[in-house]
Design a protein around this ligand. Structure first.
Ligand code: NAD
Ligand code: GLY
Length: 370
């Protein structure tokens, strides 16, 4: 089996991202290379457990690593205070110790929730990310952001807690529903839109292949995304500045998801696709980027089968003023003013603080009509 490795070079908290097809069957030996845990505590969701937990368990057995599992309901609704309590209680019931290792085995929901629980139980336990969605393999498993959602907004309660290892088995994506695969593709395209127009062009040219085939293009897209994310995280681990660029489209997206009620009606990547279109449109309106750029960006998402306009999503009933109120709760908001990631063109994103709410209101009012 061929695997690729890249490193997140954080001083004192460096770790490897290992990517390969069939890697899950070797997870035990990859973990044993890192350390010899007395026991691992695996957290997964019902879908992932049904499809892939046996492979992970067997690989741990082979490496003589004892393990216990807990399986949670799937979906965004699990990133909640009540599920955090459930998970923490199960970890304490199992008497997890600091010498144990926690494994987050699933998509971004399991990764964010488990990383958070690992960060607070017994003042911090080491954890491994084994991401099983495209979104988690290219984004959420890397960089140590963990969180739950609240009615005040998405990801508002959480902490930075880096994993000690990321194992991405690209073969697990074979069982991922097509809609979830497309949702992950939105986060891949986001990297190109932020800082690499050539990558964005390549992704668009290859989007059908990446979405339909577990071939070299998909692996290339995953590795390039991981390397780009690792470089950003190394430069700005706790989002003092530069890392906020990774939130292109997310100020809008998080509001869209909050209004959708974390029900799965709108997936994270779908909200990000629409959010990126809005961020480029706002950049045009504020004359940062040439007219027509947002249409180009929307065509890229549409070609991958993703929604590109707010009007393509189920109507949440929220109006522009509701959006603005919620976006002022965003973690990037500063001095009670709006912050957005805007762009001077494709691949030229920048952080804009103190954005005037009036054009944002205008944009959202028009978006609801289109
Ligand atoms: P998810 O975890 O809900 O997974 C999507 C669905 O796919 C679920 O139903 C899950 O059970 C199923 N699934 C997972 N792997 C599967 C597989 N291999 N085969 C079949 N089904 C499978 O969603 P997601 O898109 O992975 O993650 C979204 C979350 O990630 C959001 O909460 C978002 O906020 C978060 N996120 C976090 C970061 C970060 O840096 N921490 C970055 C991006 C997104
Ligand atoms: N997904 C955004 C970040 O990790 O910063």
């Amino acid at each position: 089996m061929s695997v690729e490795r890249c490193r997140v070079g954080l001083s004192g908290r460096a770790y490897e991202i290992v990517v390969g097809a069939g890697l899950l069957a070797n997870a035990g030996s990859e973990i044993a290379k890192l350390r010899n845990p007395k026991r691992v505590f695996i957290v997964s969701d019902e879908n992932v457990a049904r499809l892939h937990l046996a492979t992970l368990s067997q690989s741990l057995d082979k490496a003589a690593i004892s393990h216990v599992e807990t399986v949670l309901p799937p979906g965004e609704a699990s990133k909640s205070f009540s599920m955090l309590e459930t998970l923490v209680t199960r970890m304490l019931d199992a008497n997890v110790e600091r010498s144990d290792l926690i494994i987050a085995f699933g998509g971004g929901v399991i990764g964010d929730l488990t990383g958070f629980a690992a960060g607070i139980v017994k003042r911090g336990l080491d954890y491994v990310q084994i991401p099983t969605t495209l979104l988690a393999q290219v984004d959420s498993s890397v960089g140590g952001k963990t969180a739950i959602d609240t009615p005040h907004g998405k990801n508002l309660v959480g902490l930075f807690h880096q994993p000690v290892l990321v194992l991405s088995d690209t073969a697990t994506l074979e069982t991922l529903p097509a809609r979830e695969l497309r949702s992950g593709f939105a986060e891949v395209l986001k990297y190109g839109l932020i800082s690499d127009a050539k990558f964005a062009g390549w992704l668009t040219a290859n989007s059908q292949t990446i979405l339909s085939l577990a071939g070299p293009q998909r692996t290339q897209a995953i590795l390039t995304s991981c390397r780009m994310k690792a470089a950003v995280v190394e430069a700005d681990e706790r989002e003092g500045g530069h890392r906020a660029l990774l939130n292109l489209g997310h100020t809008f997206a998080h509001a869209i998801e909050t209004f959708a009620g974390y029900t799965g009606r709108v997936l994270h990547g779908e909200a990000v696709a629409v959010g990126c279109g809005l961020a480029f449109e706002l950049s045009e309106l504020l004359r940062y980027c040439p007219a027509g750029t947002s249409a180009q960006v929307r065509a890229m998402f549409a070609k991958a089968g993703l929604p590109a306009h707010l009007s393509e999503l189920p109507d949440s009933g929220a109006g522009p003023a509701d959006y603005i109120r919620l976006m002022l709760q965003d973690k990037k908001a500063k001095d009670r003013k709006l912050t957005f990631i805007l762009a001077r063109g494709i691949g030229e994103a920048f952080v804009a603080h103190g954005v005037d709410p009036q054009p944002v209101h205008q944009l959202l009012a028009a978006a609801a009509r289109n």
